[in-house]
Design a protein around this ligand. Sequence first.
Ligand SMILES: Nc1ncnc2c1ncn2[C@@H]1O[C@H](COP(=O)(O)OP(=O)(O)O)[C@@H](O)[C@H]1O
Ligand SMILES: [Mg+2]
Length: 232
Amino acid sequence: MSVRPETRLSGIEARSVGVALDGRTVLTDVEVDLTAARIAVIGRNGSGKSTFARLLNGLIAPTVGQVRVLGLDTVQDRAALRRRVGFVFTNPDAQILMPTPAEDLALSLRGRDRREIEQRVAQTLAAHGLAGHADVPASALSGGQKQMLALASVLITEPDLIVADEPTTLLDLHNARRIGDLLLSQNAQVVLVTHDLDLAARCDTAVLFEEGRIADVGEPTELIRTYRRVSA
Ligand SMILES: Nc1ncnc2c1ncn2[C@@H]1O[C@H](COP(=O)(O)OP(=O)(O)O)[C@@H](O)[C@H]1O
Ligand SMILES: [Mg+2]
């Protein structure tokens, strides 16, 4: 896959964004421009990280303000955006839709030529250590294998932006590292919501959420220091 620098130029732009869910204010005055390749999103439980992540592929619409991602308005251009943004959930069970890994990956490529699908599914299974599990019940995979499959089902679509909401939270140390390493090695722009501060430190920039607002944006190690101080 080639690096697509034009992706980086458009990045993520939020203008005076507020989100209310079920009448409750969840995000307030979110104003940010993010062009870095790898963006960590950190903050306490309930600070608004997942809501922010879901704005980025149009899963949630801003109640006020505007979000543009890859140059697309997340409301008006939602269909086009969904084709270019991949979303990785914390729990892979939310993402694995088909009975077997091979079928699940093929679903991500639906509409394409059958031969191309077969080839790319086989390549992707092999690249992610799942070649021997192509046709086993997905429900029988380990937690680490399930999350690898869920991530592979996103990567196979070659998204320009990958948004991952605590993708390593349910994993053991070994699998957390594999998934984290894989995410951070992508050519696509990556937004990584995480409580793993070592992983966040490896990103190019970080966003700190506090009580539904962006408290700070900047160099990850400095933000993490601030976050540790306010959380103590
Ligand atoms: N559908 C909803 N209706 C009402 N409040 C919600 C809804 N979803 C999330 N919230 C609230 O919004 C706040 C931020 O949630 P969230 O974005 O999930 O935070 P985080 O991912 O940082 O833990 C929390 O207080 C949460 O309870
Ligand atoms: Mg969350």
